[in-house]
Design a protein around this ligand. Structure first.
Ligand SMILES: NC(=O)C1=CN([C@@H]2O[C@H](COP(=O)(O)OP(=O)(O)OC[C@H]3O[C@@H](n4cnc5c(N)ncnc54)[C@H](O)[C@@H]3O)[C@@H](O)[C@H]2O)C=CC1
Ligand SMILES: O=C(O)[C@@H]1CCC=N1
Length: 267
């Protein structure tokens, strides 16, 4: 996810590549790969000059949040902002592991950041000042659309947009496979599927009609679309998508609860 955001950011005018420093726990090969690919700086954790950093963007796995915050804590000053992309980790949880009144902002981008087409949510913590919230919004807009939302809606946003690209990739795997089974070349089938999804998404964005109206426009009485939609319905159709979104949102909620539980030492 970090690479997808970096890729989108460096293609925009908002930041210069040299303003971005990437770091990780121990994988120097990966750091060098990102450094040369995007022209950004790469530094080992122990070489970071914390005082010169305005925004820390955390993009490790949610399970590592507490140890990372504890290790950042002694180096922070009140003017620095912690931006987290971690699914399920609440701003209040992060604030409880940081110096009092530390600025925290939770965001949820998706991997389409890579090409400047993310749908990203932003939920400010209790002490994030307006200027940092808007700076974060501009940063997120450098790789797509960004929406400031109530943190209570972060789970459902994650279900729709954070995980959402995967539902469409899954759909496209099926479209491609159906094309192949009917004798189409695989690449051609993939490209037809992608263009069809792109066109449908742009119709929603660029025209006034609702998804329902647009669906009805495609559906001639007793025609091919009606047959396709009937089959879709018979196999779960839209309900399956709704269940996917709810499943992801509920996992996000569950991850928030897990993060609150104290670690139990085992031997
Ligand atoms: N993959 C996705 O589509 C999205 C992921 N996210 C969130 O982004 C985060 C990362 O997900 P992925 O990129 O898929 O995982 P990943 O496993 O590809 O990347 C995690 C990165 O964190 C680094 N890392 C691990 N521990 C670290 C530490 N202690 N200090 C510094 N760096 C450390 C690793 O070296 C690795 O580069 C997760 O929290 C996830 O919830 C959010 C939105 C979308
Ligand atoms: O699967 C995940 O947990 C992450 C968060 C949203 C998309 N990928």
């Amino acid at each position: 996810m970090a690479e997808a955001m970096i890729s989108g950011m460096v293609q925009s005018d908002l930041v210069t590549p040299s303003q971005i420093i990437v770091s990780n726990r121990s994988n120097t090969n990966r750091l060098n790969e990102l450094k040369y690919k995007y022209g950004i700086q790469a530094q080992k954790r122990e070489d970071l000059d914390f005082a010169t950093i305005d925004l820390f963007v955390l993009a490790m796995k949610p399970k590592d949040i507490d140890s990372v915050l504890e290790s950042l804590r002694p180096h922070l000053n009140p003017h620095q902002t912690i931006i987290s992309v971690l699914a399920g980790i609440t701003t209040s949880h992060m604030e409880s592991h940081l110096p009092e009144k530390q600025q925290v902002i939770r965001v949820m981008p998706n991997t389409s950041s890579m090409i400047g087409e993310s749908a990203t949510a932003i939920a400010p913590g209790a002490h994030a000042p307006k200027d940092r919230i808007y700076l974060t919004k501009s940063l997120m807009e450098s790789f797509g659309e960004a929406y400031i939302i109530d943190e209570a809606h972060m789970d459902i946003f994650t279900g729709i947009a954070g995980s959402g690209p995967a539902y469409f990739y899954n759909l496209m795997e099926h479209m491609e496979q159906a094309g192949i089974e009917a004798g189409l070349d695989g690449e051609l089938a993939r490209s037809i599927g992608a263009q069809t999804i792109l066109g449908a998404a742009k119709m929603i964005q660029e025209r006034e009609e609702t998804p329902t109206e647009l669906r009805e426009n495609v559906t001639s009485p007793n025609g091919t679309t009606a047959a396709g939609l009937n089959a879709l319905d018979l196999h779960g159709g839209g309900k399956a998508v709704s269940a996917a979104i709810k499943g992801a949102a509920s996992r996000s909620k569950e991850m928030s609860k897990q993060a609150e539980q104290p670690l139990v030492a085992t031997n």
